[in-house]
Design a binder for this molecule. Sequence first.
Ligand code: SF4
Length: 554
Amino acid sequence: MVCAGGHPGGGRVDRWPCSLRTRRLQRSPGRRHGPQRGRHPACDARHGRHQPHPGGAAAERRRNAAGAHHRSKRADHLHGACASGDGAVRRVRQHPPDRRAVCLEQHRERPADHVGPAGMTAEVMSAAPPVAAPATASRLLAGPAWSADHERLAEHCHRLGLRPEGGEWLLRSLQDSGLGGRGGAWFPTWRKWALVAQRSQGRSVVVANASEGEPLSAKDRTLVELRPHLVLDGAVLAAETVGAREVVVYLSRGARAAHHAIARALGERRDAGVSEPPIRIVRTAHRYIAGESSAVVRRISGGPSKPQFAPPSPSQRGIGGEPTLVQNVETLAHVALIARRGSAWFRELGTVGSPGSTLMTLCGNVGRPGVYEVDLAAEVGGVLQLAGIRSAGAAALLGGYFGTWLAADTLPHLPLDAAALGEGHGASLGCGVLAVLPEEACGIIEAARIVSYLAAQTAGQCGPCVHGLKAIAATMTRVASAEAVPADIDRVRQWMRLVRGRGVCRHPDGAISQLGSALVVFADHLGAHLDGPGCVKRHNSGFPRPPRSARGWR
Ligand code: SF4
């Protein structure tokens, strides 16, 4: 529960006396679900008096000055130091709220071991014409502009209203909403919560998982950087609903800006006297599988971020031997909105089977790479319009490195709906990545690069994963270099069958799923690599390259 008086905000107390602010918040339509509790001790909203902020006016001025300094540095960074130049900044700022996207050019510090999606030059971005936005949605990314840094607690409360208290009512609401987990599996959220709630007895732990090991994805760290209080509200609602004793925010070491935002948000909540379970941050090495739920439990328990042999699953026995709910941060942010606005509101977007909106990272052969919020009722063609696709492209990788290659001619009218993707194309939205392969690029080369990266990401615990992926990657590297013969591809296909389902986690399955779809979609071109004239496509096409592997597992 948060202060209705807006005390933590930089200078907002003067403009929003507690009494006025409280009345406005009470009229907010977002407060119709669940009981309210708690109020900042310095507010006497009933009598409309504004008490001095703890620490006095001088302390408040110091805080405000610190905020102003921070904003000023931020603005300098955007206007002066940004490598992409003014054009890119203007584009981000000029997006109307319903078309807001977050540019992935190098505006902010990037982890050394994380290579984001390839960007465009400032000239191309600023020259891009206005684009129709048929797939857009503005829920999670609604609010202050990206350039305004993370949303402060006072602003967050003013915009969305107070957070209701979690409980059984929220489980029913989540069931009605049909919210699926946005970490990649799209598992029904209410089921996951119910499993933990059954065993919790007030001892369970909730983990807000923002580790985002997928190199092509930037949605989770972007969300945490921009809307940390929305994520924290969702995590606290989860803790109250399942009866957890603690919340852990789990971040990659590379996501320094996200770590900074969440640490500041926690400080704001502490200063405001928000009543909620203890929340701490745990960081991990940027590894592809560090976000797998059993790896999360192992890392938070003090070990390496490697998957553990199951059962029991974390929902049965996790951190400290207690049931643990590991939930992706985007899912938690959706929960924070559903708790305020209800399941019917959530279902106003999307389809019956895939309700709501989702964050997607669009990259590769697009004019405006970035993180976009899209309506799940949209088609891929509409989503690509948002990012300003420059040509049809050769194909696209949907769902990230564990995803599926799709031919260019299937993309324009391909629905994002889970059933349509799965039944029609054997694909899934996964973690929401859509990477478009330029026509001049070679899909076989890119698929070989990805499988080599994934082979290097193995946790080294399961033979089929360690040796099978290594052999597949080595052979595919020779295929990509046109040094292989047709029998090599037969061997790769055989190894893929042997590796499938043989790991403790889904790592080998995901790796060969991507490769298997590449061998189908680029079948016509495969001959050029085996016994044909050789591949004449470009090795450096602008399609995002896999990053270097991080060292260590902690
Ligand atoms: S399947 Fe691979 S990544 Fe997963 S636990 Fe086994 S060795 Fe590690």
